[in-house]
Design a protein around this ligand. Sequence first.
Ligand code: OSB
Ligand code: MG
Length: 375
Amino acid sequence: MIKVEAITLCEIRMPLVHFFETSFGRTYHRRILLVCLHCQGTEAWGECVAGEGPHYCEESIDTAWYVTREYLAPAVLGKTVDRGRDCAPLFAGIRGHRMAKAAVENALWHAESLQKGVALWRLLGGTRNQVACGVSIGIQDSVEQLLEKIATELKAGYQRIKVKIKPGWDVDVLERIRALWPGILLSCDANSAYTLDDVDHLLKLDAFNLLMVEQPLWNDDIYFHARLQKRIKTAICLDESIHNARDAQMAAELGACRIMNIKVGRVGGFSEAIAVHDVCKAAGIPVWCGGMLESGIGRAHNLALSSLENFTLPGDVSASKRYWKEDIIEPEVLVSPQGTVQLSDAPGTGRVIRKDLIQKLTVREETLSASSRKA
Ligand code: OSB
Ligand code: MG
């Protein structure tokens, strides 16, 4: 039994070690909403992966703060639940805001794993304690800089390189990469930067033996990706357009992709992420875990999810030090020279939350309790 007595919302500001650029813009620092549930002596944490603005999806850290404070926290405060899985039904009357919901739900799963004294990855139904890691490399100021970054990550042992593309930074860039590394596992991510007018151009990607091209078309589209997948040989991977298990089923039935990326924030929490995983497994579609430039809390949750059976491709789950000078968990996420992360059997995520450091990074904080809401 988990009783949620109080919830602390905490916004931290963390500068990135290196800027991260996608087809929708460049990020130099992250504003991250952390959610801490206070449950009879247990403190459980979740991370909201929404960005600073509504660019990857409709949510932002400020919409997430608002909806958590006004709707999600009141839905769980003072409630007693048995399991993290029981969280989603409490939010049934609240539409959308999946990243905000995921932070609360995932914290409840964390609470459950701590209370039961089991590893979170086992609670989620994971079957492997070693996770394969790839990296996502943003658009750089020059191709030379990108090639240098790829060389560094390959030397570190990462098993798959993904590069961000957009019109004007695509075919020529991939040509330069393949000239140096003809055999590496390579993919690209357009973050919805193209339209059907670009199909002939997108077909040129078939020359590069890519593992996949991620979300080439509109963020809210499945149907036209199916039309494109009929023409392009490279496997399409959907990211932005998959919000739940029904979307995954539709994409599978339409043939809109041959690979899927699962981000627990994008689908609203661990229970829906597991449901998407199961749909893909039944449809024969391999999945991998996406990343959203998470701090250690979200990073550890992504690793736990990646232990499920059908996560057979390397995920965007990489070391803390690629993003942060100092991460807010201890030990931070370390990647082996073989490009893997070892999952621990300790309760929860096997990491200590560095509350001292969180305190230093905090720019706003508010604690809500069942009694304060009634006032
Ligand atoms: O599409 O995967 C994406 C970051 C922000 C928004 C969208 C995406 C990304 C990444 C980051 O690729 C991957 C990571 O966290 O390492
Ligand atoms: Mg993506």
